[in-house]
Structure formats: C-alpha cells, structure tokens
Design a protein around this ligand. Structure first.
Ligand code: XMP
Length: 328
C-alpha cells in the first residue's frame, strides 16, 4: 500500500540549506523510481506543479514531458511565463496547448457555477488525455500533490491534475512534494531558482477566471476581467503587507455610464468590475483587510482609463461567512 503519511522524523523545510538537502534527496529518489523512462506532467504554472517540474527537469531532463493547457481562463501573462521559464530558461520538453476556443465554446451560454466547474474540469482531462496519447513511451505521471491535499483526503487535486484519466492511461505516480506543506514547497521552489512571481503566487482556483466571470462567460467580459485583474494585482501587490488573495470579479449585468462628446453628455451601458481582497488562514473564514483609499483610486483610474467597456469599479467588503471568497 502506498505510504501517504509524512514521516514523523521529517524536519520542516524552512531554510535554503534544508531545501537543498531535500532537493538532493528527491533527485536521487526520482532517478531511482523513473530510470530512463518518460514522465508526463500537467504544468499549470502554479507553485506546486512548477516545483515538481523543476525537480524533474533536474533529475531526468527531456524525459519529462510537461503539458501546459491554456484554457483561456488563466490570468494575464501566465501562459507566457510558463513558456519563458520552462521552455526558454530551463530548456524543458514543454508541450503548449492552445485550447482557448475549445473551452470557451463548451462554456458558451452556461451560467450555473457548478456546471461551469464541471465543464472546465472535464474538458481539461479530455485535452490532457489527447496530448498523453500523442506521446510515446510515457511510463509515469507526475503530480504536484502536497500534504494538505492528502490530509483533506481528496486524494487528487480538483482540477490541475488528471485523476479522471481512462483505464489505459493509468500511470504510476511521481509525487516528489507530497509530504510538503505549502510554505515548504515555496522554500524548495526558491532554492530551485524559480521566479518569485511563481513561488509566491497567490492561490488561484483550478477553473481560474471562469468562476470570476460571473454567469455565462463572454469574450468581452473575460478580457475586461483579465485586464482589470492584472491592474488590481499590480497595485495591491505593492502594499507592504499583501493580502492572502486579491483579484477581480466581473458581474454579468451592466449599469449606466456617461461620457462627454463635444461637451455633450451621452449615456451608455458598461460593465462593473469588483475588487476583492481577503485575509485567511485556511480559506474557511476570511476577513477583509484595509486598503488605502489612494490605492483604490489608483486602481479605479487605471481600470476606467484603460479597460474597454468598464465604467464602474466596486470594492467588495464582504467577509466569509456569509460571502464566499470567490463570487461563484
Ligand atoms: P470560496 O470561494 O469557497 O474559496 O470561499 C475558498 C478558496 O478556494 C478557492 N476555490 C477553488 N479552488 N477550484 C479550486 O481549485 C475551485 O473550484 C475553487 N473554488 C474556490 C478560492 O480561490 C479560495 O482560495
């Protein structure tokens, strides 16, 4: 039976030295487990899968096949960063799959949040499965399972991994960080030389911007959300104490705006974007941190002047409970 209990003697990885020792240990273990066989990994660009990728690249080089699925619901710059870090800098064997149209077609007209999640999860597995079938000689599947995933006994992560693959694609698993807590994964990521923007990335739901583009997703709202979200992350990210999670949501209704053309006020309908920032320990409850009014105004001005279609910026000050962190 597979051992899923963190060894009691295992020291908490808090320093670069301990991280280096862990890395050396894992390189040996991975080489012993995998030999000269090929390993497949769904690389989302999140800290867990990125650390696993970086470890495996060191251990087995091009025998690791990383598949990055762009489902169109990633944040601004994320797919580009994955390509830059893994293909260009780490010389990884990276398959980039542009599945944007495919996901958006499947999601067209779907407003129910759980239905949206199911579609995104199922489509992800389908795309990954197709890529897995194109590869020859894959013997293992690597996953960024971390210890809280095991403790929460979900077994596999909701979205980024591929627990739903069919029988003939059931590979043995390589899970080098499965006994690590999140903070330890970050220390290891840093020691592996991954960029801070990847290592300290805030939590991001598997269905991505899909659950922040409220109701049925449309291209124009999704783009407005992605652009606004980048501004919110940049401006709030400058604060000395950044909140645990900070992002944008966009509701599926419009409100009246006014613009002046040759001194004449013209009313028009536009989208509202909602700033959301929360602090939490475990995501079960969440509080809303103070954000300086000047920062909110900077965000407002940047969004209104640069994001087409948006004429209103709101700040969500709801706590969890009763509001959830995400809007869907
Ligand atoms: P809620 O909205 O339930 O979110 O208060 C709690 C935490 O979970 C994240 N979240 C998700 N993560 N798939 C994920 O992988 C999901 O479907 C999902 N929904 C919410 C959310 O970002 C927050 O950190």
């Amino acid at each position: 039976m597979e051992n899923n209990k963190r060894p009691e003697t295992m020291e908490r990885i808090t320093t670069p030295e301990l991280a280096q020792a862990f890395i050396q240990e894992q390189l040996t273990a991975i080489k012993a487990q995998v030999g000269d066989k090929k390993v497949l990994l769904a690389l989302s660009g999140g800290v867990d899968s990125s650390v696993v990728a970086a470890l495996l690249i060191r251990a087995i080089g091009k025998n690791l096949v990383c598949v990055h699925v762009n489902h169109g619901l990633l944040r601004k710059g994320e797919p580009e960063q994955v390509i830059k870090v893994f293909r260009d800098e780490l010389n990884a064997n990276l398959v980039y799959v542009d599945a944007v149209d495919r996901f958006l077609d499947k999601l067209a007209g779907v407003a129910d949040p759980e239905q949206k999640r199911k579609i995104i999860g199922a489509e992800f597995i389908r795309v990954f499965e197709e890529e897995a079938r194109k590869q020859e000689g894959i013997a293992f599947l690597a996953q960024g399972t971390i210890y809280p995933d095991i403790l929460e006994s979900k077994g596999v992560k909701a979205h980024h991994n591929v627990g739903g693959l069919p029988e003939d694609l059931q590979f043995d698993l390589v899970e080098p960080v499965k006994f690590l807590y999140k903070d330890e994964v970050r220390v290891v990521g840093k020691a592996l030389g991954l960029p801070d923007t990847m290592v300290y990335r805030q939590p991001f739901p598997g269905p991505g911007l899909g659950v922040r583009c409220v109701g049925a997703i449309t291209q124009d709202r999704l783009e407005a959300l992605r652009e606004s979200d980048a501004i919110v992350r940049e401006e709030i990210g400058k604060l000395p104490n950044t909140p645990w999670q900070y992002f944008c949501a966009i509701p599926d209704f419009q409100s009246t705006g006014i613009k002046y053309v040759n001194g004449q006020g013209e009313r028009y309908m536009g989208w509202a974007v909602i700033i959301r920032a929360v602090n939490t320990v475990d995501a079960v409850t969440a509080t809303v941190p103070e954000i300086p009014f000047s920062v909110l105004c900077t965000i407002r001005d940047r969004i209104i002047s640069t994001v087409p279609g948006v004429n209103r910026v709101l700040w969500d000050i709801s706590e969890k409970p009763v509001a959830t962190i995400e809007w869907e």
